[in-house]
Design a protein around this ligand. Structure first.
Ligand SMILES: *Cc1c(COP(=O)(O)O)cnc(C)c1O
Length: 398
């Protein structure tokens, strides 16, 4: 049902097959060359932007090292991510603390480690930043509406109304912090480019009113992530996103475009991953049922959590593609009936598919490897292998 060539080149596929032939399933192979390609493409598309990779998307050491070598900065959400990034010799001034939900002791920790850029969206958090990270730059995340056209929305939980953002930035100045800018995230895998237009317009209003009424001149716009990886549902190409978003910025800010930060996660690493699973069992629920149930050794609790509500629709291929296909329900191996990946979405797999065959999940480089349960039903977390220019790269800090 999927054409492999739309997602991966013949060369990349061959390299993957050779590299992964002896690995037990389930596993994820991350092709570092593909990440490099995505980074270069993003940089070319947004030459004026500063890139802060959202570490949570794939925190593998080889990924962080590669992006470090390409000049990326890092958006960090916890002290554990911070420790990992700093242990690689990346300096704290190339990181920001982008999580608006943090303990005061964590703010203190980040400050002690040298981090001076903090996101916020609430009064109490701002007060904590003023107290435990005095003098730092703060940017305020605004709420944007994005639940319909983003396949994995990041709305509601983060951000505040622009009126409140205004107050927070005034308060930040009064507390001795540096009011630095505005951030937003239009939702991950955002298919509607127009969402950036609305967010940029709100941002422009805040820049203008804060300057006019309070004499506060903000420096930066953090436009978050939201850029697409390649899944089943079509999106525009990145170049289309870039030209539209650049035009929105020019329309609102003219020649005076502020410093732009991007925090890509999914678009940088998503396409780099292939999750290999094995068919455990294929069955039908009655003798004449049209649908087969295909149970795999990977599932919602082991790398495929973003199939929750069938949100992300991964391209799924097998070695038997090309012949006759039939509708399937695809499920994982655990004893939880939630562990079903696709049921409403009618995936088709070859009639010839048998237990022991491999099923490959393409574009699984983002939000998979660390998004797995520790040992639900005893199954260990899925293993990830990083494929570099010269073969396997170790996921550890040397
Ligand atoms: C998760 C996250 C990102 C990355 O978003 P993608 O859609 O994966 O690019 C960026 N910024 C923040 C604050 C995030 O939480």
């Amino acid at each position: 049902m999927f054409n492999r060539d739309e997602f991966i080149t013949e060369m990349e596929w061959k390299r993957f097959r050779e590299f992964s032939k002896d690995f037990a399933t389930p596993n994820i192979v991350v092709d570092l060359r593909r990440i490099k390609k995505s980074y270069v493409q993003l940089k070319d598309s947004f030459p004026y932007a500063n890139i802060y990779y959202a570490v949570k998307a794939n925190p593998g050491v080889p990924v962080l090292k590669l992006l470090d070598s390409l000049g990326s900065s890092f958006d960090i959400a916890s002290r554990y991510e911070l420790d990992k990034v700093l242990a690689l010799g990346i300096s704290a001034d190339r990181t920001s603390y982008g999580n608006t939900i943090k303990k005061s002791e964590d703010i203190k920790y980040f400050y002690e480690k040298g981090v001076r850029m903090f996101a916020t969206d609430s009064k109490d958090d701002l007060k904590n930043i003023a107290k435990f990270a005095p003098g730092s730059r703060v940017y305020v995340r605004i709420l944007v509406e994005n639940s319909v056209t983003a396949d994995w929305p990041l709305s509601r939980k983060f951000g505040c109304h622009p009126d409140m953002a205004y107050d927070l930035l005034v308060q930040a100045r009064d507390l001795g912090l540096t009011p630095y800018g505005i951030s937003f995230h239009v939702g991950s895998q955002q298919r509607d480019i127009g969402q950036w237009n609305d967010a940029i317009a709100k941002t422009k209003y805040l820049f203008a009113s804060l300057e006019e009424e309070e004499g506060i001149k903000l420096t930066m716009i953090n436009m978050g992530g939201g850029f697409p990886a390649h899944y089943m549902q079509a999106t525009n190409e990145l170049s289309e996103y870039a030209s539209e978003i650049t035009r929105y910025l020019r329309d609102d800010f003219g020649e005076d475009v502020p410093m732009i930060v991007l925090e890509p996660g999914r678009s940088l690493v998503g396409d780099s991953g292939i999750l290999t699973s094995e068919v455990v069992l294929i069955s039908r629920k009655n003798n004449t049922a049209l649908n087969r149930w295909v149970y795999l050794d990977a599932g919602k609790f082991n790398g495929l959590i973003e199939t929750l509500d069938e949100s992300i629709k991964y391209p799924v291929i097998t070695d038997k593609d090309g012949g006759k296909e039939g509708s399937v329900i695809i499920a994982g191996p655990t004893c939880d009936s939630m562990d079903i990946m696709y049921e409403d979405e009618k995936y088709k797999l070859p009639i010839e598919l048998k237990s022991g065959d491999k099923v490959y999940w393409l574009s699984t480089g983002a939000y998979t490897s660390t998004y797995a349960s520790v040992a639900f039903n005893g199954f260990p977390p899925i293993k990830t292998y990083f494929m570099g220019e010269n073969g396997l790269e170790e996921d550890k800090i040397s």
